[in-house]
Design a protein around this ligand. Structure first.
Ligand SMILES: [Zn+2]
Length: 444
C-alpha cells in the first residue's frame, strides 16, 4: 500500500460510491482468437453442446460479450452491417497485436506496430505501470517470447514492436514488473534442443549475463527448467520477483517439428518446457504474496501463429492449452479468496485467419466431426481481420463491461471497444478505491 493511492481518492469515492472494487485483476488474451477458434476447440474437446455455445473452460461467466479491435490506422472502426454484408470486408483495416494490446492496456488507439506511444509520439502509461506505482504486484506470462507484442504492450514503450532487445530491457529494468515468464530462451531452439545463441528476445548478451548471474537482474530470481516452473505452480515460492524463460526459443509448442497442419497431439510435445497453465499458476502464486493485490496478463500467444500458418491442428492444440490455463486460473481463484475482489477477463487482441465452415469464401458454420476430431472448417486468410472477438468476464466489476457496450452486432451481440478493458480495470484497481481502509485513511 502506498500513499499515492490514498491521495485524491476522497472525491473519487463519492463519484463512484456503491461500485465494487477489485484487488486482483487477471487479463487473459489469446492472440488471434476469433469466435470460431473457441468453437473448433470446444468441438474437438467434446464440450460442444449447441450452435452458439462458447463455454470456454467451463467457467460460469458473468458476462459474455464481443469486442471491437481496431487501431488508430482504422478510423472507421467496426461496422456490423458491412461485416456481414461482404465476406471480404473484415480483411481490410485490421489491427496488429502491439496496437491492439496497447489499446487494451493503455486505453488509447495507437498506430499499428508501435507500443504505448500516442499518434503524436507521447508516452502512454499502461495500467500495469499505474498498478505497480499504486502498490500492486504486476506480472506478464506468455507462451511466446517475453518481449513479443502482447506482453511488451503490458510493460514497454517503443516505436517498433520488433525492437525486441530494447523492449526486453525496458521490461526487466524499468517496468516495475514482478513476474515475467515466457519463451525466448537464447540457448535453445523451437524443439527445446540446444542451439546457436540468439539473445535478442531477452535483451542482449549483457542482460542475459545479468539475468543468469548469482544476484539476478534487477532483483529477479531466474528460472528456466520445467521443474522450477512447476514448483512455483505447486505453491513453493521463495522470492518476490521471478523472471522465467522456458528452455525453448519462440514458443512453448506451436513451432516444434512434426505435422503442423491437420493433426492434433500427434507430434511429440517439447518435453522440457512448462505448460501455459503451469506458468500461469506459478505467476499467481508469486504475485499473491503481495497482500495489496496484483494485476497479471497471461497470453496464449501462438493461437495467432497457428492461424497465420492456417494450421488447424496446431490452432486447436494452442487454443485448448489456453482454455486449460483459463480453467486452472479460475480454479485457483475459487481456492484463493474467491471472486468478490478478483476480476478475470478473457479475450483476444484481434481475429486471425478468418476461420469459418468448410465452404470457402462465405459465412458458414464449422461442422463437428466428434470428440477428438478436427471439425470441418476452412481458413480464408493468412492475416488478421477486423472482426469482433469474444470477451468473457467474471468476478468483481465484470458487469461494468455490460454497461460499456457501444453497439450491437446481429451475430455476436453487444460489443465493447478494446479500450474499455483499460478503463474498467483502472477504475476497479485504482480510481474506485472504496476499500474500507482507504476510506478511513481519506476521511477528513
Ligand atoms: Zn498475428
Amino acid at each position: 500500500m502506498t500513499v499515492m493511492r490514498v491521495l485524491g481518492t476522497a472525491v473519487l469515492i463519492l463519484a463512484f460510491s456503491g461500485h465494487c472494487f477489485a484487488k486482483r485483476v487477471i487479463i487473459m488474451i489469446a492472440d488471434g482468437q476469433g469466435f470460431n477458434c473457441i468453437k473448433a476447440a470446444n468441438m474437438y474437446k467434446g464440450n460442444y453442446t449447441q450452435a452458439d455455445s462458447f463455454d470456454m473452460a467451463n467457467v460460469d461467466w458473468d458476462v459474455r460479450l464481443a469486442m471491437r479491435t481496431n487501431s488508430a490506422n482504422n478510423v472507421l472502426g467496426y461496422d456490423p452491417q458491412a461485416m456481414w454484408a461482404d465476406f471480404e470486408w473484415s480483411k481490410k483495416h485490421a489491427t496488429d497485436s502491439s496496437s491492439a494490446a496497447s489499446a487494451m492496456f493503455s486505453g488509447q488507439k495507437i498506430l499499428n506496430g508501435q507500443l504505448n506511444l500516442s499518434s503524436q509520439g507521447q508516452r502512454l502509461t499502461t495500467l500495469f505501470e499505474q498498478a505497480s506505482k499504486a502498490g500492486y504486484a504486476t506480472g506478464v506470462v506468455t507462451s511466446v517470447e517475453i518481449s513479443h507484442a502482447t506482453p511488451a504492450a503490458a510493460a514497454a514503450h517503443n516505436t517498433s514492436r520488433n525492437n525486441f532487445s530494447e523492449i526486453a530491457n525496458e521490461m526487466i529494468y524499468e517496468s516495475g514488473m514482478d513476474v515475467i515468464m515466457g519463451a525466448g530462451h537464447p540457448l535453445y531452439d523451437n524443439d527445446a534442443a540446444r542451439a546457436k545463441a540468439n539473445y535478442d528476445f531477452v535483451g542482449g548478451p549483457r542482460t542475459w549475463a545479468d539475468i543468469t548471474d548469482s544476484n539476478g537482474a534487477n532483483g529477479f530470481k531466474f528460472i528456466e527448467s520445467k521443474a522450477d516452473f512447476e514448483t512455483l505452480a505447486a505453491g513453493k515460492v521463495s522470492g518476490a520477483k521471478y523472471l522465467g524463460i522456458a528452455a525453448v526459443r519462440e514458443t512453448l509448442q506451436q513451432k516444434r517439428k512434426g505435422s503442423q497442419v491437420q493433426d492434433v497431439n500427434t507430434a511429440t510435445y517439447n518435453a522440457h518446457v512448462p505448460s501455459l497453465a503451469a506458468m500461469s499458476l506459478a505467476a499467481l502464486n508469486v504475485l499473491e504474496q503481495d497482500k495489496d493485490g496484483f494485476a497479471l496478463m497471461i497470453e496464449g500467444g501462438a493461437v495467432d501463429w497457428a492461424n497465420h500458418a492456417n494450421q488447424k491442428g496446431r490452432m486447436i492444440e494452442e487454443e485448448t492449452a489456453f482454455m486449460e490455463a483459463v480453467a486452472r486460473v479460475a480454479r485457483w481463484i475459487d481456492k484463493h479468496g474467491g471472486w468478490d475482489q478478483t476480476l478475470l477477463i478473457v479475450s483476444a487482441d484481434h481475429e486471425t485467419g478468418q476461420l469459418y465452415g468448410p465452404v470457402a469464401g462465405q459465412f458458414n458454420e464449422i461442422i463437428t466431426q466428434g470428440t477428438g476430431q478436427v471439425p470441418l472448417m476452412n481458413y480464408n486468410s493468412t492475416g488478421h481481420t477486423n472482426a469482433l472477438v469474444p470477451l468473457y468476464a467474471k468476478g468483481a466489476g465484470a458487469k461494468d463491461f455490460e454497461t460499456a457496450a457501444i453497439g450491437i452486432d446481429k451475430i455476436r451481440g453487444k460489443f465493447v471497444d478494446n479500450t474499455s478493458i483499460y478503463q474498467i480495470v483502472l477504475k476497479l484497481l485504482i480510481l474506485d478505491d472504496s476499500k474500507p481502509k482507504i476510506k478511513v485513511a481519506s476521511a477528513p
